[in-house]
Design a protein around this ligand. Structure first.
Ligand SMILES: *[C@@H]1O[C@H](CO)[C@@H](O)[C@H](O)[C@H]1NC(C)=O
Ligand SMILES: *[C@@H]1O[C@H](CO)[C@@H](O)[C@H](O)[C@H]1NC(C)=O
Ligand SMILES: *[C@@H]1O[C@H](CO)[C@@H](O)[C@H](O)[C@H]1NC(C)=O
Ligand SMILES: *[C@@H]1O[C@H](CO)[C@@H](O)[C@H](O)[C@H]1NC(C)=O
Ligand SMILES: *[C@@H]1O[C@H](CO)[C@@H](O)[C@H](O)[C@H]1NC(C)=O
Length: 355
């Protein structure tokens, strides 16, 4: 509906422009690629379901909506759409694309809706945001994506809808979604989400997103086994095992206040004194509690070890002294002392030391 409105307005503008400025000069205006239906009134060109394997040449320059769905397009050359730079809606659904290269979309500065559902996408390049800065809807559903680049957008200021349903995604970096500040709808279902520590960032992002009024169809975990079939959002934070390297400090710090964490995450992030925003947890190390505990443990252990060592040294010293004294006593006066000691009594040790 909305698209049609935009199209109509754009169509009128485009028509006026063309009629007034060029007229006879453009021989291509009236022409239409062989297998396409051109609708100048709505500025749309429909080439769907024609068995096309490439983008048809000679697309009318006034094209605002280009429908290429249900074809066999498997590759997009660089600048594939350079002749239709006014494009706002591009439908490539149900084709055979296996890679989406940003350079194919060079020149589409006005593109608002890109539909690449039902292809065979295995990969997608980063830096789409530079090429299509005005994009509002990106639908990548029903492909074979197992990984998405950390940054697609930087930031993608107008993107409101992002869909990756029915792919092979295990993880999704929170950074990718953070680069889409206007997002209202995120569709994630139908992926084999692996709900381990690496997905905690997505969980925290989704909690905030929903709190702020965003909509999502949820991420259902496929792994690990005990959480199979559960919604990522329903799994308590405390149950996330710490990730090895860079996430090491996260879980201990969350476990520290198990009661307060879930509420914190649901609460307004603004009033969590800014820095304590749950979304900051993943990247912001919280070394203090762990370090404090380490410090205390270190002090205790050091104390105990020192104490033991001191006691041992003391015992050794006492033993050594006693032994030395006794040895000296016997060496100095092999026989006499026994007798003398009988006579001299308590003064005996004093006498033996100089000898
Ligand atoms: C996809 O396109 C083919 C033609 O290339 C068509 O036969 C098929 O019905 C389409 N599939 C869907 C789900 O629309
Ligand atoms: C793309 O084509 C499909 C049909 O294959 C249609 O259902 C969908 O609405 C189209 N999307 C856009 C944005 O035109
Ligand atoms: C893309 O096309 C599919 C059908 O092929 C449709 O279901 C979906 O809604 C479209 N996405 C957008 C954003 O228009
Ligand atoms: C985002 O949308 C606004 C409002 O329609 C528009 O003025 C702005 O140019 C758009 N941003 C980009 C990068 O296209
Ligand atoms: C809660 O957040 C609002 C808006 O960010 C701020 O004005 C207010 O001072 C905060 N209240 C507290 C108790 O931090």
């Amino acid at each position: 509906m909305l698209d049609e409105g935009i199209c109509c307005r754009a169509a009128m503008k485009g028509a006026l422009l063309l009629v007034s400025s060029v007229g006879i000069l453009l021989p291509g205006v009236g022409s239409c690629p062989k297998k396409c239906l051109c609708h100048p009134s709505s500025n749309s060109v429909d080439c769907s379901g024609q068995g096309l394997s490439t983008i048809p040449p000679e697309l009318p320059p006034w094209t605002v909506t280009l429908l290429l769905q249900d074809n066999r397009i498997h590759w997009l050359p660089a600048l594939a759409f350079k002749s239709v730079s006014l494009l706002t809606t591009l439908n490539l659904s149900n084709n055979s694309l296996s890679n989406l290269a940003a350079e194919a979309f060079y020149g589409l500065a006005h593109l608002q809706v890109l539909n690449v559902t039902q292809n065979s996408l295995l990969s997608i390049e980063s830096s789409f945001a530079q090429v299509m800065p005005g994009l509002r809807e990106l639908d990548l559903s029903s492909n074979s994506l197992s990984v998405l680049p950390t940054s697609l957008g930087k930031p993608w200021e107008n993107l409101t809808m992002f869909a990756v349903q029915q792919n092979h995604l295990l993880h999704l970096d929170r950074e990718l979604l953070e680069a889409m500040p206007k997002l209202r709808l995120v569709l994630l279902k139908g992926n084999p989400w692996k709900c381990d520590c690496h997905l905690l960032g997505l969980k925290l992002w989704l909690e905030r997103f929903i709190f702020e009024g965003g909509e999502t169809d949820g991420a259902i975990c496929r792994l690990p086994e005990p959480w199979k079939g559960k919604d990522l959002l329903s799994i308590p934070h405390e149950l996330y095992k710490p990730c090895p390297l860079r996430h090491q400090n996260l879980v201990p710090s969350l476990v520290q206040q198990p009661g307060s964490v879930p509420q914190d995450a649901q609460k307004s992030p603004e009033n969590n004194s800014g820095q304590h925003d749950p979304l900051e947890c993943e990247n912001r190390p919280k070394p203090k509690p762990t370090n404090l505990r380490h410090a205390v443990a270190t002090v205790v252990i050091t104390g105990v070890v020192c104490g033991i060592v001191c006691l041992m040294m003391l015992a050794a010293a006492i033993y050594g002294c006693t032994y030395a004294a006794i040895t000296a006593q016997y060496q100095g006066r092999p026989l006499a002392p026994t007798r003398k000691s009988e006579k001299m009594g308590s003064e005996e040790p004093m006498d033996s030391s100089p000898a």
